[in-house]
Design a protein around this ligand. Structure first.
Ligand code: PEP
Ligand code: MG
Length: 588
């Protein structure tokens, strides 16, 4: 078995189709001066075909992932109309008698080298676009064969060094059983799109294969765990087929619950919202019945690119998300980088303990220019929907006051410029640092809501690095210290009359439902993939029984007792989702 990165869940079984890499071989002979006109005609024809192709991809891509991602193709179209780029190409053909493809290649190299030298992120980004669009033009000029994927009657597992968004946009998800890439990670564009398209993907196999995969090789993969098996024996194929069948059946059943209200058997409602980091994830969350967005991790808008997103780019995304969510609300969290999240173009200091270091709100307050750009974009979008603002990693009253003061400055500026925004936009904070819990009564006086981030809270309360596999067995969300912290936070919120929800991974653990019921938490936010299983458990729960169990758990002195009791409660009894529909008779 080969272990890669599980980047998009699901099991795939099938034969490999290996995507060849494009290699250019350029003509080296001079063009006869009498043939120059023909060379220009070839160039213009290549440009026309490239434009048609880009328009087509843009349209397809837009339908799949939304306008903000597809705008990259507008930039590509603009390059093909750029007078400076074009006159460089024409000049090489005209003055040096070089073939159109050679001129295009030299012009690409010239501009890429020039832009790369400039210390300007925007220009560096343009260099990437020029390379991309130039390669497309070259492909047409050379008549390089389009990489033909196997016919649509033959499902296959696509194997590639790496996949670009436009290559992915061309795929027919019905026939692509799965994808294996040598490069990439969970946050690479291809992984994000594969998740949105529901295609299982394992990334990061570079240096893990003793022999390269060949077209026609039999493969089984699990996009959840990241395991890949080449040339599996019959029993392995049967085992994966069974796994796939079980997953499909379970998914189909759960999907019936998308429109059912999340309420216990005895009528207690637990609102389930989605944690998202992109419009694609929002689409998935809405598909699975999310009641709004409880956490929009905006840092992902800043990743996988060469420079900070502009105010306008951010505004468009925030506005789109708010509009799509409609009557529900969207909690937009300001940038939370540092710790394990980095930006290629923003140098973070080398730190001994990055999770205790320069991170989240600490960076925002240090880099007010960046912070204000994001706040302006969020405020402007607040005019278009029900947006709430949230600051991450708060540990003191001063931080909240300073962040709110910056927010106020931005509001005054927008007001002066008569830019519309929601003056009453609620402002909340993540409770994820123990200090915030201990002063949650004070903090509750400063903000409109709390969202408990258990991922960080657990690591900080227990001093267990959430990334360290050597101590992963010590990372216990059910540790009494964690549960006491959650209780304290809820009590502070209730006393101050502000709303409190949970948005860490603990919310996605359906065994925790009794705890939420007992503690008085009625809103959970989680990854879209987890929404339906948590709803299923809620529908199968009798709140009064659950509360009795939780009361016992909250007195336990060890996490293992609580884990055991909650696991037992979650698995004892239970009905099928279809029956649930009949029993509650409720659809929304
Ligand atoms: C958390 O810490 O629980 C949380 C939701 O934030 P993140 O996982 O993005 O740190
Ligand atoms: Mg966190």
């Amino acid at each position: 078995m080969i272990q890669g990165i599980g980047a998009a869940a699901g099991v795939a079984i099938g034969k490999a189709f290996v995507l060849p890499n494009w290699e250019w071989s350029l003509p080296d002979n001079e063009v006869n001066p009498v043939d120059l006109a023909k060379e220009f005609e070839r160039l213009y024809e290549g440009i026309r075909t490239s434009k048609d192709e880009i328009e087509f991809i843009k349209k397809e891509f837009r339908e799949v992932v939304g306008p903000e991602e597809s705008s990259i193709f507008d930039a590509h179209l603009a390059i093909l109309d750029d007078p400076v780029f074009m006159s460089e190409i024409r000049g090489i053909i005209e003055r040096q008698y070089k073939a159109a493809e050679v001129a295009v290649k030299e012009a690409i190299d010239h501009f890429v080298a020039m832009f790369d030298l400039l210390d300007d992120e925007y220009m560096k980004e343009r260099a990437v676009d020029i390379k991309d669009v130039g390669n497309r033009l070259l492909k047409h000029l050379l008549g390089a064969p389009e990489v033909t994927l196997p016919s649509d009657t033959q499902p296959y597992i696509l194997v590639a060094k790496e996949l670009s968004p436009s290559q992915l946009a061309h795929l027919n998800p019905t026939y692509v059983l799965g994808i294996v890439t040598m490069m990439g990670s969970k946050t690479s564009h291809s992984s994000i799109m594969a998740r949105a398209l529901g295609i299982p993907l394992v990334a990061g196999l570079e240096n893990k294969l003793s022999n390269p995969i060949q077209t026609g090789d039999m493969i089984v993969l699990d996009g959840e765990t990241g395991s890949v098996q080449l040339h599996p024996d019959e029993s392995t194929v049967r085992e994966y087929a069974l796994m796939r069948e079980k997953q499909h059946k379970k998914r189909e059943q759960l999907e019936l619950l998308s429109t059912v209200q999340s309420v216990t058997k005895d009528g207690v409602t637990i609102r389930l919202a989605g944690n998202i980091s992109s419009v694609k994830e929002l689409n998935m969350a809405l598909k699975y019945g999310a009641e709004g967005v409880g956490l929009f991790r905006t840092e992902f808008l800043y990743m996988d690119r060469d420079s900070f997103p502009s105010e306008e780019e951010q505004f468009e995304v925030y506005k789109l998300v708010a509009e799509k969510v409609g009557n529900h609300s969207v909690v937009i969290r300001t940038l939370d980088i540092g710790g394990d999240k980095h930006l290629d173009y923003f140098q973070l200091p080398e730190e001994q303990n990055p999770f205790l270091g320069y991170r989240a709100i600490r960076i925002s307050l240090d880099r007010k220019d960046m912070f204000k750009t994001q706040l302006r974009a969020i405020l402007r979008a607040s005019a278009y929907g029900n947006i709430k603002l949230m600051f991450p990693m708060i540990s003191s009253i001063e931080e909240v006051q300073e962040a709110k003061a910056v927010l106020n400055e931005v509001m005054v500026d927008l007001e002066q410029r008569k830019v519309p925004y929601n003056r009453k936009m609620p402002v909340g904070i993540m409770i994820e640092v123990p200090a915030a819990v201990m002063i949650s009564d004070y903090l509750a006086q400063e903000v409109d809501f709390f969202s408990i981030g258990t991922n960080d809270l657990v690591q900080y309360v227990l001093a267990v690095d959430r990334m360290n596999e050597h101590i992963a067995h010590m990372y216990h969300p059910y540790h009494p210290a964690v549960l006491r912290m959650i209780r304290m936070t809820v009590e502070a919120a209730q006393n101050a009359g502000i709303h409190v929800s949970v948005c860490g991974e603990m919310a996605a653990d359906e065994r925790s439902i009794p705890l939420w019921l007992e503690l008085g938490i009625n809103e959970l936010s989680m990854s879209p993939q987890s929404l339906l299983k948590v709803k299923h458990r809620t529908l199968n729960t009798v709140a009064s029984d659950a509360i009795s169990i939780a009361k016992v758990c909250l007195k336990n002195r060890t996490s293992s007792e609580t884990e055991e009791q909650l696991s037992h409660f979650a698995t004892s009894g239970g009905i099928t989702p279809v029956n649930v529909l009949n029993i509650h008779g409720k659809t929304s």
